[in-house]
Design a protein around this ligand. Structure first.
Ligand code: SF4
Ligand code: SF4
Length: 362
């Protein structure tokens, strides 16, 4: 049974002090050796969204890592969709506009998969779906990692927790295409300018370009590189897969993201401002439950299970998108997605366990 440390929001004590105390009680000091380069995985929030984790919490973690002798940096990987975070330059501008900068958090920012999502390390795993997972190199090469997750609803996985933050959140851009789709890419002839840039990145020589690009599906392995490379959007992003399959793929990428960091990763879930949708949207709706608290654990499965249990046991908020206040499963009621496969599969492959003890920290 895994331990999940939990600080509720009751009492006349700063939530920031509670965060610092959780870092100590969870034992995160022990995973940082003097001189370790420590990735602090965050989500900087799409511009326009205000539900993402506030940088003032992040600064507390940065301070703790520094006191432990580590060298922290903030990181996230580029998005698959073309928004304000799909390349490192836009991503850094968005992060700064959302309040993350050296001046505010005390640590530099390094986008995990580089300028255009091509800066990754291929990690071999024996997954049901994935054999080679492309992980953002900045995270791969870090010595340790603290994962800070704003816990909320998610339209694809039911909720967005620690597993999604490291699985989808550390995979490079093409990895995100793999997680989102089981369909091989197609070229839209009317958009193709015959620039041939996709050829360069195709690992299987499946693409030829004459008047327009053509993909030989007998050779294509569905890696997604052509989709994220095409400057004309001629190879459309596919969003076609079963939610349970996507969840299992995310779990496998999470496994790959921490594979070289045994005993060197700690997780925080902030169950605050539990908005119905992902922070990748440029807006957010009213939270579905009152602010609940902050959790810390070494176990990404246990911390997500504990977080979802806390939300499901809380009073739903009138005026939120929740319609069925009596429903025992708020995320299922909200999204229609069964979120359990990610936790069950994560447990099955040894990422953690769903049984947990909640240790209250005051
Ligand atoms: S990168 Fe896009 S526009 Fe260029 S050849 Fe390939 S499909 Fe056509
Ligand atoms: S998905 Fe990968 S293997 Fe298939 S055509 Fe595109 S780059 Fe080549």
């Amino acid at each position: 049974m895994s331990k999940v440390y939990f600080s509720s929001l009751h009492g006349k004590k700063s939530w920031l002090d509670k965060t610092s105390k959780l870092f100590d009680r969870a034992g995160f000091r022990s995973i940082i050796e003097p001189g370790d380069i420590v990735a602090i995985k965050v989500h900087f929030g799409e511009p326009g969204n205000t539900a993402y984790l506030s940088p003032i919490f992040v600064r507390r973690i940065v301070d703790k890592v520094k006191k432990a002798g580590g060298k922290p940096f903030l990181t996230d990987s580029n998005t698959l969709y073309v928004g304000a975070r799909s390349n490192a330059v836009d991503h850094l501008v968005s992060a700064i506009e959302n309040g993350f900068s050296y001046a505010t958090v005390g640590a530099p920012i390094i986008i995990a998969d580089g300028i255009n999502g091509k800066d990754y390390v291929a990690v071999n795993i024996e997954g049901k779906h994935i054999k080679e997972a492309k992980i953002g190199s900045a995270v791969y090469h870090a010595d340790a990692m603290i994962v800070l997750t704003h816990f909320k609803g998610h339209e694809l996985t039911g909720f967005g927790g620690a597993i999604k933050n490291i699985g989808m959140g550390i995979g490079c851009r093409s990895a995100k295409q793999i997680m989102h789709s089981d369909v091989l890419p197609q070229v839209q002839d009317d958009k193709c300018t015959s620039c041939s840039k996709c050829i360069e990145w195709c690992p299987t020589e499946a693409i030829t370009v004459f008047s327009t690009a053509k993909i030989d599906h007998a050779k294509c392995q569905g890696c997604g590189e052509c989709t994220v490379t095409c400057p004309s959007g001629a190879i459309a992003i596919n969003w076609m897969t079963e939610p349970s399959v996507t969840q299992e793929k995310i779990v496998e990428f999470a496994w790959a993201a921490i594979k070289n960091k045994s005993g060197k990763v700690g997780y925080f879930n902030f169950v605050l401002n539990v908005s119905p949708d992902c922070d990748c949207w440029g807006w957010n709706e009213a939270p579905i439950v009152p602010d609940i608290g902050i959790l810390a654990s070494f176990d990404p499965i246990a911390i997500d299970q504990a977080s979802v249990d806390l939300v499901n046991n809380a009073q739903g908020l009138l005026g939120s998108r929740l319609k069925d206040m009596q429903h025992e499963d708020k995320f299922m009621s909200l999204t229609g997605i069964d979120w359990r496969p990610q936790l069950a599969y994560g447990e099955q492959i040894g990422l953690g366990m769903r049984n947990y003890t909640l240790v209250k920290v005051y």
